[in-house]
Design a protein around this ligand. Structure first.
Ligand SMILES: NC(=O)c1ccc[n+]([C@@H]2O[C@H](COP(=O)([O-])OP(=O)(O)OC[C@H]3O[C@@H](n4cnc5c(N)ncnc54)[C@H](OP(=O)(O)O)[C@@H]3O)[C@@H](O)[C@H]2O)c1
Length: 343
């Protein structure tokens, strides 16, 4: 089997592919012949050495990757849920950029019949993140206005669909004009192209009383204004900081990172209370052991998928060997939907 190994933090050239012996399952595990691997922005952060949980749980060298789809090659002793040949999706806390993966069977689900491997591999992270942000934290009500930054991205696309399924009025924000039609096709009621329009003037025109929910993975670029544009009892959900990095640079500009860290807003609980504004934040990679909660969310998402309330994301796929090109594309800021590696 082969896997991507990053020996130390850096740019795209750090994504080496190495050969290893085939895997044997431990007790309670299944070994999967991987057919497709979901690529997430977090994987790029892992490569750059700025993803905290990767440093805590793995260190160096590291193989990134949170999600795969493939075929069960072998089930270990005590693993009873899956048989050789089953088509499955698996979640893993790192290690997914590999042609074989050994995982506990509790982290594996059957690939729905109507999904192919590429759609399956691109499903768990973006939808679990979006579901957690929206339903576990923000608790949307029908008719509420939901502002979604980076709405054409992986998590953003999932949020638009879940927001519409929850009966919200969705305002999507995108960073380039070519993403507008795609975001509308997901169901967004309004799309703001911040490369051509004044973002906050448009938000004020579209939601004069403020937004009930704002989903912000940008960090310093928009965080303060996302908070300022909340309606009373509004919820700001923070789940990323990607504007701290420069698009397409491959490595952090540490002066910018430090400067942006200093400029990151601090929210005052006294003001929050009197203005009835809420700030929520999370990182799913620290919740990986909460299998009960993740399982419930997965079941709900599969039910919604089965009912046609949400759909798998449009994927751009790259051969496993072109993992560096996949990272380059994701960090360019130009992609819409999900990126997947194929084996
Ligand atoms: N907290 C969690 O548990 C969790 C889980 C999954 C993902 N996330 C976060 O959610 C965000 C989206 O992740 P994703 O995997 O779905 O990626 P993505 O949204 O598909 O791709 C990144 C998008 O972010 C925007 N962007 C802004 N500044 C950027 C920069 N410096 N470099 C690259 N892109 C930039 C671009 O869109 P626009 O220009 O159109 O805005 C770009 O297309 C990331 O911040 C990620 O870290 C958090």
């Amino acid at each position: 089997m082969k896997k991507v190994v990053i020996e130390k933090p850096g740019s795209y050239d750090r994504l080496g592919i190495e050969e290893f012996p085939d895997l044997e399952p431990d007790e309670g595990e299944v070994v999967i012949d991987v057919k497709a691997i979901g690529v997430n922005y977090a994987d790029c952060l892992v490569r750059m050495g700025v993803y905290q949980s990767a440093k805590e749980f793995v260190g160096w060298p590291i193989t990134p990757g949170f999600e795969v789809a493939g075929i069960v090659r072998e089930a270990g002793r005590g693993a009873t849920l899956f048989n050789q040949g089953d088509r499955v999706i698996a979640a893993t806390r790192f290690g997914g950029y590999a042609t074989q993966l050994a995982v506990k069977e509790s982290n594996v689900i059957r690939l729905p019949d109507n999904l192919d491997f590429v759609q399956g591999a691109g499903f768990p992270v973006v939808y679990l993140t979006a579901y957690f942000a929206l339903h576990e934290l923000a608790h949307p009500r029908k008719g509420e206005t939901l502002l979604i930054h980076s709405a054409a991205g992986g998590v953003g696309s999932a949020l638009v669909q879940l927001g519409k399924a929850a009966g919200c009025r969705v305002i999507g924000v995108v960073g380039a004009s070519h993403k507008i039609d795609y975001t509308k096709s997901l169901g967004a009621d309004e799309v703001i192209d911040k490369s051509r329009e004044n973002l906050w003037e448009r938000v004020e025109a579209l939601a004069p009383d403020g937004c009930d929910i704002a989903m912000d993975p940008n960090g310093v670029e928009t965080l303060k204004q996302s908070y300022e544009h909340l309606a009373p009892v509004g919820r700001l959900v923070i789940y990323g900081f990607h504007t701290m990095l420069s698009k397409g640079r491959g490595t952090p500009n540490w002066i910018k990172v430090f400067w942006d860290y200093l400029r990151t807003p601090r929210f005052n609980p006294l003001t929050m209370t009197n203005k009835n504004r809420n700030v929520l934040a999370f990182n799913l990679s620290y919740l990986f052991d909460r299998t009960d909660r993740l399982k419930q969310m997965t079941e709900k998402l599969l039910e919604m998928l089965g009912e046609g309330k949400i759909s798998p994301l449009t994927s751009a796929s790259y051969p496993f060997e072109q993992v560096a090109d996949a990272h380059k594309a994701l960090e360019s800021g130009n992609t819409a939907g999900k990126i997947v590696l194929t084996v």
